[in-house]
Design a protein around this ligand. Structure first.
Ligand code: ATP
Length: 515
């Protein structure tokens, strides 16, 4: 087994062991691709949501937030195109009886070739040292060019097949590329079929009256149907945005990779309403803005990249993903889509209600265009968790597992630890806790040795530990221990509040976004 696979397994078991993520209904052996967030997971998730909400809604005068219902009138999903076109092409391997997304099989194959290119580049980098010009190498090296041509040919053929909705051709590509099932190792594939991803249920108590409704597969439509409500009541002027976070549901065919692909998940979406014709300008603006949001978390360079969509969704005229390097490779974390007037235009048609904006500058009404940013909260959680997780060997020969979560997102911001359970130390520690708890999620712990308590705090990513000892009682100072450096510093109690605030302050990151 490769070490990255091991690493990912360790992250998953760490998430369970330390109360971040549990499998849903575990006592009944779980439910596939559904997860629950534990006491630390719920805090981390909330903090990521807050970071998103503040940067979107609080920091932008022209963006407001709503909270629409999960259930919507069934015609919504006719108008949005989801009833007819929200499908994944699926294919089964007849030997292993495993089901795959045909597009993912092909994309994984392309990723393997990309991996070969990257290996060549890495080799050349070490060979040539400082004088290495990566761009030139990529465009002149014969082997790299050959790989790249292969990728381009597959992509062109695949794009044409998808656009023509030619599922036989998609199957043929899988056969021609000699893609095998990772389980059975065979190429014994069924036909490729389309599979609708929406969950449906019945509303109404008597079956004759009942009508089929869907669990929303995206939060965006709750924004579109409320476009005029918000525009009128908020007296919003174009350009303006409506944001929301909330649950979405998709009957994913291939549910694996932990919380990367879930059947119930949470999205954070923002629809930005603009004048038709200005969409490319705003598309680039939001691409840049969203990348900045990710970069402000301080993850190493090279962990994020843009990926333009090969095949545009039924609603889009430009679209890309922000990909993150998860332990299993670069994968989509967020989508930025120029959706034109597709959604509002269709809701006008299907509802018979005008969904237009009167532009006082132009003195005319129009259906606005939309640029959307859409990120999965759970995927973002996985990005933060996998980036934060580190297994370290310390100078004294011991090991520690630490979550280097950006302090502003950490579930617990500081732990207050009396060195012993007696001599008035717990009371002093509680006093400090009582000052800090109004601003921060704090934890009080008096059990076990101080070393063990530090390790437990490292394992859940607590940025600061405050230790109260006997000296504290005489000189009113405490030991402040930093999670990342493990350095300990003696500080007066009066400075603690400010030091904790400096460490975990979200305002720094928000300022860096430059709103
Ligand atoms: P994918 O290609 O991975 O299925 P998508 O292109 O269908 O994703 P979008 O419809 O653009 O995804 O949804 C926006 C965001 O919602 C994604 O970037 C992702 O972060 C998140 N998301 C989508 N599906 C899931 C899922 N099943 N589980 C968790 N997050 C999801």
């Amino acid at each position: 087994m490769s070490t990255t696979e091991d690493l990912f397994k360790n992250i998953i078991s760490h998430a369970k062991e330390y109360g971040f993520i549990f499998q849903s209904s575990e006592i009944y052996d779980g439910l596939s691709a559904v997860y629950d967030y534990g006491q630390n997971g719920a805090e981390l998730k909330k903090n990521i949501r807050d970071y998103w909400w503040k940067s979107m809604v609080q920091m932008n005068e022209n963006i407001v937030g709503i909270d629409a219902a999960i259930f919507m009138h069934p015609t919504t999903w006719k108008a949005s195109g989801h009833v007819d076109a929200f499908n994944d092409p699926l294919v089964d391997n007849k030997d292993s009886k495993k089901r795959y997304r045909a597009d993912v099989l092909i994309e994984d194959h392309v990723a393997k070739i990309e991996g070969k290119i990257n290996k060549e580049v890495e080799k050349a980098k070490t060979r040539f040292g400082d004088s290495f010009d990566e761009q030139q190498y990529r465009s002149t090296n014969a082997r790299v060019m050959e790989y790249q041509q292969k990728i381009d040919a597959i992509n062109t053929r695949f794009k044409a097949a998808l656009e023509a909705n030619d599922l036989n051709e998609v199957r043929q590509i899988i056969l021609d590329l000699e893609i095998v099932c990772p389980i059975s190792g065979t190429r014994n594939w069924t036909e490729v079929r389309q599979f609708n991803l929406m969950f449906s249920t019945q509303v109404g108590s008597v079956s004759e009256e009942a009508s089929t409704i869907y669990l929303r597969p995206e939060t965006a439509q709750g924004i579109f149907v409320n476009f005029l409500n918000v525009q009128k009541t908020g007296r919003m002027k174009i350009p303006f945005g409506i944001a929301q976070t909330g649950k979405a549901f998709r009957n994913e065919i291939v549910a694996r990779q932990f919380i990367f692909r879930m059947r119930e998940f949470e999205q954070m979406e923002m629809q930005f309403f603009i004048k038709p014709g200005t969409e490319m300008e705003w598309y680039h603006h939001w691409k840049e803005t969203r990348m900045k949001w990710h970069r402000a978390l301080g993850f190493p360079d090279g962990k994020h990249r843009f990926h333009d969509h090969l095949k545009l969704a039924h609603y889009a005229n430009a679209a890309c993903d922000i990909e993150f390097e998860f332990p299993f490779g670069f994968k989509e974390l967020e989508g930025i889509h120029s959706r034109t007037d597709f959604d509002l235009g269709n809701h006008e048609k299907f509802s018979g209600k005008k969904l237009q904006y009167f532009d006082p500058e132009l003195n005319q009404s129009y259906v606005p265009y939309v640029v959307e940013t859409s990120i999965g909260l759970d995927r973002m959680f996985l990005a933060v968790l996998s980036q934060a997780y580190a297994e370290e060997k310390l100078d004294d020969g011991t090991d520690r597992v630490v979550l280097r979560i950006p302090p502003m997102l950490a579930p617990i911001k500081c732990a207050i630890l009396p060195l012993t359970k007696k001599d008035g130390l717990p009371e002093k520690a509680r006093e400090i806790m009582d000052r800090l708890k109004f601003d921060h999620a704090c934890m009080y712990e008096e059990k076990d040795s101080i070393g063990k308590r530090y390790r437990r705090m490292d394992a859940i990513g607590t940025p600061l530990c405050i230790t109260v000892d006997h000296e504290t009682l005489t000189d009113n100072s405490v030991t402040l221990r930093d999670r990342d450096t493990m350095q300990q510093e003696r500080v007066p109690i009066d400075r603690v509040e400010q030091l904790v605030m400096d460490k975990v302050d979200m305002r720094k990151a928000l300022r860096a976004l430059g709103n």
